[in-house]
Design a protein around this ligand. Structure first.
Ligand SMILES: [Fe+2]
Length: 298
């Protein structure tokens, strides 16, 4: 059995005495995976990983998917996205501000992210925390009438942050080139989603990439999504995680919202990120976009 320590009273687990640079047996990994889905956020301290080792560990959770922002893929492996505010010869070496608003990863894709892993290389002197908000608890606490009302609703997603119109804002989604934008379709996901592994219901991506609700006028849909997002991101559902060098942090995108926090651009920070997608076979009914919505409300 793994030795774990709670990161907060609500959720999040730190696993002690484990080295994921070495191959893990199926039984060892099954323990880690079980702990991950139970804790929603899993922290492994004091890791030393080469790119190949980090990717090999990530693959145990599912298929990694390179990020659409391909200019900051790690040269050793495109599955790793470099998050960094460092510059080399005046050019950024990584994505400096990524996801500084509540969202869930790849909710703008047909097959969204199961897990996101960050490996902490360099920690700023101040800040740099990731905030997580527990969407199981946020759903559980909704009044029954609201649960029934939103139960059948399907949200429309695309790449971006619903709350910010200026692409160049530090709290906007990282800007895409025209070529990258062309790869980003409209996608639908249920607002209340049964977790593909645990089966538990949670609110899904009510903040971030959700821009509308199928069959509902846009202003009404956005007002409802805003109301749900305000509920779902209350401090009582949150955990704020402060990184140390060598941390590997893995989070469950199906049951959490998360937000990066802005740091001083001159205070160096570097992380490597791998995003792991859900197995596509479990998502059959989620992704059929009503054509009337495309031509109508957006
Ligand atoms: Fe993110």
């Amino acid at each position: 059995m793994l030795q774990t320590q709670a990161l907060s009273s609500g959720f999040g687990l730190e696993v002690q005495d484990i080295d994921v640079s070495q191959p893990l047996s199926d039984a060892q990994f099954a323990d880690i995976e079980r702990t991950f889905f139970a804790g929603q956020v899993l922290v492994l301290r004091d890791q030393r990983l080469a790119p190949v080792q980090f990717v090999a560990f990530a693959r145990r959770f599912g298929p990694p998917e390179p990020h659409v922002i391909d200019q900051f893929h790690h040269p050793a492996d495109p599955n790793i996205l470099i998050l960094s505010n460092r510059k080399k010869d005046g050019q950024p070496v990584g994505l400096a501000d990524a996801g500084t608003y509540f969202h869930t990863d790849y909710s703008y894709l047909q097959v969204p992210a199961r897990a996101t892993m960050l490996y902490s290389i360099e920690v700023p002197k101040v800040g740099g925390n990731t905030l997580f908000a527990n969407q199981y608890a946020a759903y559980d606490d909704l009044p029954d009438a609201l649960k029934q009302r939103i139960g059948p609703m399907i949200a429309v997603h695309h790449y971006g942050n619903r709350k910010v119109e200026d692409d160049m804002s530090r709290v906007a989604a990282s800007p895409l080139t025209d070529e990258q934008k062309a790869k980003m379709p409209l996608i639908t996901h249920p607002i209340v989603r049964s977790h593909p592994v645990t089966g538990r219901k949670s609110l899904y991506a009510v903040s971030g990439s959700s821009y509308g609700i199928v069959g509902m006028p846009e202003n009404e849909a956005v007002a409802l999504l805003d109301e749900l997002a305000a509920h779902a991101t209350q401090p009582k559902y949150q955990l704020s995680y402060a990184y140390r060098v060598g941390d590997v942090v893995i989070w469950d995108n199906a049951s959490l919202l998360h937000s990066a926090t802005l740091t001083d651009p001159d205070d160096p920070r570097t992380l490597w990120r791998i995003t792991i997608k859900e197995p596509s076979t479990k998502l059959d009914a989620l992704d059929v976009l009503a054509p009337t919505f495309v031509s109508g409300a957006m």
